[in-house]
Every structure is written in C-alpha cells, then in structure tokens.
Design a protein around this ligand. Structure first.
Ligand code: 7TS
Length: 416
C-alpha cells in the first residue's frame, strides 16, 4: 500500500539526520506526528550548539576580544540567513525574539503604543492561535480599541466577504495566521494584505506554521510584520524571529528597556540604538540564534519547494488513509491545506474522546497532540472540546501513516 512517492527528497537519508527518530518508546519505534507543536532537530543543529559552548561561548556585541568578536560575527551572519530565508529587504528588519508569541506581543505593545487609539479596530480571524488573539485583546483593553473577528466556513476557510465588511477606515491592523495550526488551512494572506493596505491598515502574519513547510517571501506578500519560531523550523526552543518593515520599526517605541538597546543613558534622558538593536534588550539567546542558523541551512539544503511537494503528497495520502476508517470526521477540509489533520474518531458506541485516542496511540509509540491546540474559539466554532491532531514534517513517511491507521483501528475495537 505504502510505496514511497517519487518526489523531491530522499526521506530515509533525511531521517538519518535526526537522531531522535531512531529512538523507541515502550519498546516501539517512535512515530512522531506532533510537528506543529515542535519539530525534531537534525544532528547539525545539536552539534553546533555543543560546538558553541565548547569553543565560542562569550557574550555578543560587547567585547573587543577574539571570542566575543567571533560570536558577534556568527550571530549577525544568522541575521543575514534569516533575511534571505524570508526575502526581507534589509538585515535590520530582522529582530531576534523568543518565538512567535513574543514577536506578536512586541508588535501589539509597541505598534499599539505608536498607532492604536480609542475607537480604532484590530481584525483577526476565528482560526487564530491564542498567541494571535490575547495580545490584541490586551491592546484593545489598554487603548479602548475594538477587536473584530473574521468568521470561517465549515471547511475552515476565512470568509473573505465578511472580511470585506469588517474593513473600514477604523481598521489599524489585521493579524492573520499564514497556516492554521489546528485545521492546516493555508490562508490567502497576499489578498488579505492587499485589501488591508487599501484601507491604510498594517498586517501582521503569524508564520509559525508556515516557516517549516513553504518558501516565504515577505516582500512578495508585502507583509508589514511576519513572525515565526525557531523550534518549529527544526531549530532550538526559545528563539524566534520578528520581521518588520524598517519604516514601521523605526517609528515604533522600544519594547523592552535595558542593555544593548540604548545609544546613551543619563538619568535625565536615554536615546535608543539603531535597528535591529533597539528591539533586542539584554543578552540574547546566543546558542539559539546559532542553532537557528544551522536549522535554516539544513532546511534550505533540502529545499522548501521539495519539502512542500513531499508533504503535500503525504498529506493527501494520510487524508485518504484516515478517511478509509468508519467513524472518522476530519475537521478542516479546505482545498488549500498543509501538513495538519485534525479529526474526531468514533467507535461503534459513539465518539471517542481525543485524550483516550492519544493515550492509546502513545502506547503504540505514536505521538500526536490531543486537546484544543491553543485555539479554544475555533473548537467552539466546530462544537468540539478537543480534537486529535496529526501534524507532519518532511521526515514522516507513508509507512508511519499506515501504522497510525492500524493503531486507530485498534482504538476503535477497544471502544466498540
Ligand atoms: N501561532 C501559531 C499558528 C502556532 O501554531 C503557535 C504554536 C504559536 C503561534 C506560538 O508559538 P510559540 O513558539 O511562541 O509557542 N503552536 C502550537 C501548536 O500547534 N501546538 O503546540 C504549539
């Protein structure tokens, strides 16, 4: 049943680069299908972090001795890699942050202070992760602004007619996910951005789920802000990226105060450093940045177009295989999808709670995520408390999907 497809990447060679994929759980080979949560790390990311502590460790941007200069060069070379990775126009538009969550909070706080006033409106969609909801709610509460939500269809697509109705001269910012972490829907962000710009609003794209799966070009999208997390793109935790157009970042006030973000400090007045340092107070996650650089090199050596093609094929295979099960209900059936399948499973005596499904799969060595996936409003939209979620990466295989389906049949027999 499961012949490996003849597309772009050699999955077995690639799997050998990820040490954790050779481990077992409960004596069974690990089948890791929770990549939307965090992805596994290739050897070169693990090794570069080890190398950093063995041979380079020192602080960045603040020593005139050899080690510190080496680290500064390494960190700034990763900034250039990130710039190329998302095709930003300038290096100074790349801000290192802890992850997508911090990137969004930075924009909500700083852009909010710069631009959002009482009576203004912020638009998000009904499929956002809590990270792209709560910071905007907090901003609206601080500034007396209003949060508007684009509804989604039963298939899990944003309703573009409703979006048109929500846009107005009051719209200050639109915050939208590029790919939904729960439904897998790929949103038409280019169109969403163009329409927002017609009203003079700026757009933040939450790219947490897009960065590992597709080539990103912030200039082609004309995104004003773009955020992603290192740990979902095969890099370390605790490091992420905020891209912002230089003209906006220049105008915005700093987010955190402290070392490195200043030009001069007196007790009467402080002036701030240039971009990107104005937004990078304190000692950054140096080994995280260096590990992120290795991760981006790795992803680019595989090739994002090859990854997208391979994963699309695997997604279709997995969707068909799951749909072959009686009692399978897939939540999120948009035609444009990437790498995520959320579902509810029923046995002969009714729907099985996702947590039970997850626990039984775990005993088989299969890791999926069950729960609300930090999208509680989306769960309410679909009338479910939780779903089972399979999320794929470039190292997953058809054989693993076959094992998943076999294990789900076993779950059904246990609940019949
Ligand atoms: N936005 C989206 C679309 C996400 O999927 C996530 C994390 C975040 C923001 C937050 O990223 P962080 O790195 O700052 O935590 N998503 C998930 C998930 O789907 N399962 O666990 C975490």
């Amino acid at each position: 049943m499961s012949t490996t497809p003849a597309v772009g990447i050699n999955v077995q060679t690639l799997r050998a680069d990820f040490p954790i994929l050779a481990t077992t759980v409960y004596g069974k080979p690990l089948i890791y299908l929770d990549n939307a949560n965090t992805s596994q790390k290739p050897r070169r990311v693990i090794e570069v972090i080890d190398m950093y502590y063995r041979t380079m460790n020192s602080n960045v941007h603040r020593g005139n001795y050899f080690l510190s200069q080496q680290v500064t060069l390494a960190v700034e070379s990763v900034r250039r890699k990130v710039q190329k990775f998302i095709n930003a126009a300038e290096e100074r538009e790349i801000i290192f942050v802890r992850g997508t969550t911090e990137a969004i909070n930075l924009v909500a706080t700083s852009f909010g202070e710069y631009s959002v006033r009482e009576g203004d409106e912020i638009i998000i969609s009904a499929m956002e992760h809590h990270s792209n909801i709560v910071p905007w709610q907090m901003l609206c509460a601080r500034r007396g602004a209003t949060l508007r939500v684009i509804p989604i269809t039963d298939a899990g697509e944003v309703c573009l007619e409703d979006y048109e109705r929500l846009l107005s001269g009051r719209t200050k910012l639109v915050a939208i996910t590029h790919i939904s972490n729960t439904l897998g829907t790929i949103n038409p962000v280019q169109h969403i951005i163009r329409r927002a710009h017609d009203y003079g609003a700026v757009v933040l794209v939450d790219g947490a789920q897009a960065a590992p799966h597709m080539a990103i070009d912030v200039q082609a999208l004309d995104a004003d802000f773009y955020a992603f997390s290192g740990h979902k793109v095969f890099g370390p935790t605790g490091i992420g990226v905020l891209y912002g157009k230089a003209r906006l970042l220049e105008a915005m006030p700093p987010y955190h105060g402290g070392g490195a973000m200043i030009d001069s400090v007196t007790f009467e007045k402080t002036t701030y450093n240039v971009l990107p340092f104005k937004f990078e107070a304190g000692t950054p996650h140096v080994e995280g940045i260096i590990g992120l650089g290795a991760a981006l090199d790795y992803v680019q050596s595989v090739g994002l177009d090859a990854i997208s093609e391979y994963e699309h094929d695997l997604l279709c295979y997995a969707t068909d295989a799951l749909q072959s099960l009686d009692g399978m209900r897939i939540i999120g059936t948009a035609p444009e999808k990437a790498s995520v399948i959320s579902f509810m499973l029923a046995g002969s005596s009714g729907e099985i709670h996702p947590h039970d499904v997850g626990t039984i799969l775990d005993n088989e060595g299969i890791a999926i995520r069950t729960g609300h996936h930090c999208t509680q409003p989306l769960m309410r939209r679909f009338g479910v408390p939780a779903t089972c979620r399979v999320s794929l990466a470039m190292y997953n295989t058809r054989e693993e999907i076959d094992m998943l389906v076999r294990a789900l049949r076993k779950v059904q027999t246990l609940f019949s």
